[in-house]
Design a protein around this ligand. Structure first.
Ligand SMILES: [Zn+2]
Ligand SMILES: [Zn+2]
Length: 277
């Protein structure tokens, strides 16, 4: 079984705790180390249970806490070689323990086999990830910060049990919103972020009877609303005959209740945990 706990997600920080049969990994550390520790506490979790930190890319909202967390919690940091190189010139500094992900084929991280695929984004080497729990075979796909959906991506996300998917903005809200024109163009220009509509299309292509839950992530607090993102994606999932209730949206400010892959467990309603930090 795999369990996903969104410790927080959005343009001000991302951290996703993934539990498998043999321990946990954290995907992205876009919070300072004190906030990260508070998010673990709020979720009722211990940093000691984490085998390592896996990074999608080097942007501050995904990696600003990587070096400090590596030092304080003794987590090795896993990322592709170009992302590790980009981290070395970040103001937050380079982690001292790093492992480059294999350029082809899976890399073992704790009890997970980790595969990755490129997504278009204005970073050194942004990656979509699939973590397979080696013992149970359960799979979670994580797609954050993708300006577009490459043709090979749906096949890479084949047969997932859980999907964490960026639904950054509603196209109409972005167009009518307060952002300056160059920033709007960066967001929707193909190397920025996925709209609700693009996320819905990709979610539909990932729908199959074994998909237990979909967690929308990296929602803009200015150009999106959770209910709007959920409705847009739900409509597309229904067209692909996926009618489960386990479709939720993560938020920036607090952890989300865990989502489980196991069939017999009822996935919690999208309630949020109490402690805000
Ligand atoms: Zn981001
Ligand atoms: Zn980014």
């Amino acid at each position: 079984m795999i369990t996903v706990t969104m410790l927080g997600s959005g343009s001000k920080g991302n951290a996703i705790l993934v539990d498998g049969s043999e321990g946990s990994v954290l995907v992205d550390a876009g919070f300072g180390v004190r906030t990260l520790a508070k998010r673990f506490e709020a979720a009722g979790r211990r940093t000691d249970d984490v085998h390592g930190l896996l990074l999608t890319h080097e942007h501050v909202d995904h990696a600003c806490g990587a070096a400090a967390a590596c030092e304080r919690f003794n987590w090795p940091v896993y990322a592709t070689a170009p992302t590790l190189a980009a981290l070395r010139v970040q103001p937050s500094g380079a982690p001292t323990q790093t492992v480059a992900l294999a350029s082809s084929g899976p890399t073992r991280v704790g009890g997970f086999a980790v595969d990755h695929a490129p997504v278009p984004h204005d970073a050194a080497d942004c990656r979509a990830l699939v973590l397979t729990d080696v013992r149970s075979g359960s799979r979670v796909g994580i797609v954050l910060d993708a300006g577009d959906v490459p043709p090979a991506l749906p096949e890479f996300l084949d047969r997932l049990d859980l999907l964490v998917l960026e639904a950054n903005h509603d196209e109409g809200m972005l167009e009518a919103g307060p952002y300056p024109w160059p920033l709007k163009e960066r967001i929707r220009g193909g190397t920025g972020h996925l709209s609700n509509t693009s996320a819905a299309s990709l979610a539909g292509r990932c729908a199959h009877k074994g998909l237990r839950g979909v967690i929308l992530a990296h929602l803009s607090e200015t150009n999106n609303r959770p209910a709007l993102a959920i409705e847009t994606v739900r409509e597309q999932l229904r067209r692909h005959s996926w009618r489960r209730e386990a479709l939720v949206a993560a938020t920036q400010r607090a952890p989300l209740a865990p989502t489980h892959s196991r069939a017999e467990r009822r996935v919690p309603a999208p309630a949020q945990l109490d402690l805000w930090c």
